[in-house]
Design a protein around this ligand. Sequence first.
Ligand SMILES: NC(=O)c1ccc[n+]([C@@H]2O[C@H](COP(=O)([O-])OP(=O)(O)OC[C@H]3O[C@@H](n4cnc5c(N)ncnc54)[C@H](O)[C@@H]3O)[C@@H](O)[C@H]2O)c1
Length: 361
Amino acid sequence: MAETLRIGLIGLGGVVTRAHLPSLAARPDVTVRAGAEIDAYQRDRTQQRFGIPRTYATYQEMLEEEPLDAVYVCLPNALHYQAASAALDRGLHVYCEKPVGLCAQEAQDLAEHAERAGLVLMPGYHMRFHEHFLRARKLLIERRLGKILQIQASAVYSGPYRGWDPKSDWYFDPRSGGVLYDWGSHLLDLLVYVANLEIETVSAVAQKSLPGLPIADSFAASFRARRDIVGTLNLAWGTRGNLLMLQIHGTAGSLLVSDDYYEHRMPTGGGLNKLATLLANARELLTQKASAVLRRRPSDTLHARATRVFIEAIRGEVEVHNYKWDAVRVHYMLATIAAAVEHGGPVRSGVPRERTYEGAA
Ligand SMILES: NC(=O)c1ccc[n+]([C@@H]2O[C@H](COP(=O)([O-])OP(=O)(O)OC[C@H]3O[C@@H](n4cnc5c(N)ncnc54)[C@H](O)[C@@H]3O)[C@@H](O)[C@H]2O)c1
């Protein structure tokens, strides 16, 4: 493999221009060789702004013409599978934006394909690289919350709105899964990563906030999961607060964690205990605020961290084998919630009984 990794970008839209191109540009060990974008205006604009050497109208042409080591698949959700498969077929490592494919079968096919070919398939779930969620994961691995009883998880964001950018109206195409597959996939990935959640049954309701909207943009679900955990999920586009929060409650304490908040609540003890808890939480928040200032640098955003892990995995320096199987688990849970909405009553998860995706090979 070349010293400098040669990257191709498939789709030159919002997430590429806001996140991946700045992250890649800040790295001395990669070079963006080419991009594929169907929209001529977007293609030319992005090429000029970021100085991409060559661009193509189709990714098939780019894969045919360019000597590459890896690609970023940043297309509308319905096109991930096809593009990621084509890149894996050519022996390229793939960073695939979330959700990985449209369903568990597509995600599983891609995971198996990558495994057979000995290639890295990295899902674009960058929120797991946030220090709050990493810390939360460590706390749970150390069992410092005791036995987990309840989880409440929310992802409520302004989201896209129709017509804001006509090329991005695919967000409202029912095939793309709406807010459930957009923010719901991030939320479920965090629940898998932080709490090893495996939902077994779900009841859910969904709603459209605007008349004429082709897909639901507001969901509420309650679930029962393995290890006798029960919980709720709330998802919405169209809110203004922008919050991604997990509340995890166990027999030894509770954790409230979001991208800008972290609180570990322990059993109320004496005044000194309470003071120690308050100080520990304040320290965590201050550390986070300081690192958020540093993260404004393109080299240390969450997307840049995801890219760093992708590159290191390609070079064999870190292991991300499980990440793609986590993406399959996420899909099973998304499908269960979608089925629960459709069904109007509790729905059993479709994960095959004999199979576990925990560390699957
Ligand atoms: N990880 C994150 O935080 C995050 C954030 C935003 C988007 N995303 C994901 O990234 C993907 C892209 O989202 P976006 O917001 O950048 O959307 P976007 O609409 O801004 O960009 C998609 C681009 O793909 C282009 N395109 C469509 N069909 C094509 C084809 N056949 N060949 C080449 N180009 C084609 C479109 O013209 C558009 O420019 C989605 O899967 C989305 O879920 C992830």
